[in-house]
Ligand binder design. Structure first.
Ligand code: 57M
Length: 359
């Protein structure tokens, strides 16, 4: 919105023409969100501490986690406003994707906030019940899916990595697929958020990758050259991805090992859902399994561990799930697990980007 106000004056000051460019506004939105996190980071952490928004640590966890008792949580309350403000400043307010993404951030943020709030009030790990949390997530994702489905010009054909000529048309089946992608991404990121910087690092990498996808999908000539689906208006999604990258880096400053703050469900549920929504809107939904492969890997480790545990009446595949705890219990130092997982996330993002050419 701010950019629209500034742009009004371009006939009098030609330098203001630069605000027309998505690339320039993406850089501005990245820096704005980063700056908000840097400027308000320490203040937010001390407010959370003063309000006693402290993490409860489970008894059965890896022993080093007990030392984290009392670390302020709900750092999402810093990340989300940084993204929202930066988006409101630099994205085009006439673009539907901008408002839909703000809706996803706010609705999933509210679910996470409620969950965190209940856990802190009860001083335990019991937040919203699994059923309530899941139903609210499905409801929010359904609103998104229905708006996209009925939005004129949005096509529900799938874009498959490596295959440029096959675009299955799912018709109304696209609606449950969108719900699945958004809810799965939200929960997978939530499961990954168990070591310092483990979720925000790969999230920043994934949003950086989707920033590129969104820019390319929104550019009619480049999209046609690369033979990827052209999505009118998708360039504005790049501005929002920039805001998430900026806020992610700004938050990582404080969340890096040893963390001064955790993001809480308010951060993890919301950022995961936005990642899923961005994948859907840029028509790069299937490749999310690769871009966010680390989150898939973490979620699968839980599914297999819990399934095997129930089937065998108490036996385990991993020492503990999600899989990052397995490596901790094998004796890897926490920073080693984190940095190695970041390396995997970078490799996956690079492989995903290569599919733009390998098709
Ligand atoms: C939340 N949350 C962290 C923090 C963060 C079904 C089951 C596998 C579910 C899973 C689960 O509940 N996962 C979702 C993971 C928690 O972090 C808080 O939660 C927010 C994210 N939602 O922002 O506020 C703890 O993670 C650590 N942490 C850091 N640094 C960070 O930057 O060190 C978080 C962020 C924090 C802190 O210790 O307290 C969490 O892990 O609870 N459950 C589990 O992950 C549990 N796994 C388990 O029970 N596995 C079983 C199988 C059979 C289900 C097994 O393998 O035997 C483990 N969780 C913990 N300890 N904490 C068990 C051990």
């Amino acid at each position: 919105m701010l950019y629209k106000l500034i742009y009004i004056f371009h006939p009098y000051l030609s330098v203001l023409n630069v605000f027309r460019y998505i690339t320039f506004r993406t850089i501005l939105s990245t820096l704005t969100a980063l700056l908000i996190c840097f400027v308000f980071g320490n203040w937010a952490i001390s407010r959370l501490r003063a309000l006693q928004v402290a993490q409860y640590i489970r008894e059965e966890g890896p022993p080093n986690h007990k030392l984290k008792e009392g670390t302020p949580t709900m750092g999402g309350c810093l990340i989300l406003p940084a993204i929202i403000l930066s988006t409101l400043f630099w994205a085009d307010p006439r673009n539907i994707y901008v408002w839909l993404l703000l809706f996803v951030i706010a609705s999933f943020g509210a679910i996470g906030f409620l969950d965190d709030y209940l856990k802190i009030r009860r001083k335990s790990n019991k937040g919203l019940s699994g059923v309530s949390k899941f139903s609210l997530q499905v409801l929010s994702a359904l609103v998104l899916a229905l708006v996209l489905y009925f939005y004129p010009g949005f096509n529900e054909k799938l874009n498959l990595p490596f295959l440029k000529r096959i675009h299955p048309d799912l018709g109304w089946g696209y609606i449950p697929l969108v719900v699945f992608i958004v809810v799965a991404a939200s929960n997978a990121v939530n499961l990954t958020d168990g070591l310092d910087g483990l979720a925000i690092g790969p999230l920043t990498i994934a949003f950086g990758c989707y920033l590129v996808f969104a820019y390319l999908a929104g550019h009619v000539k480049i999209a046609s050259y690369l033979q990827i689906p052209y999505v009118a208006g998708a360039g504005e999604i790049a501005v929002i991805c920039g805001a998430v990258v900026g806020a992610g880096l700004g938050f990582l400053w404080f969340n890096s090992y040893p963390a001064e703050v955790f993001m809480g469900d308010v951060g993890s549920l919301s950022l995961g859902a936005v990642l899923g929504a961005v994948a859907v809107m840029t028509k790069q939904e299937i490749i999310l399994a690769l871009v966010g492969g680390l989150f898939v890997f973490e979620a699968l480790s839980v599914i297999f561990q819990v399934g095997y545990f129930k089937l065998t009446g108490g036996q385990r595949i991993f020492r503990m799930a999600p899989i990052h705890h397995h490596f901790e219990l094998k004796g890897w130092a926490e920073p080693k697990v984190i940095v190695r997982f970041w390396i995997i996330a970078i490799i996956l993002a690079l492989v995903a980007m290569s599919t733009l050419k390998l098709r």
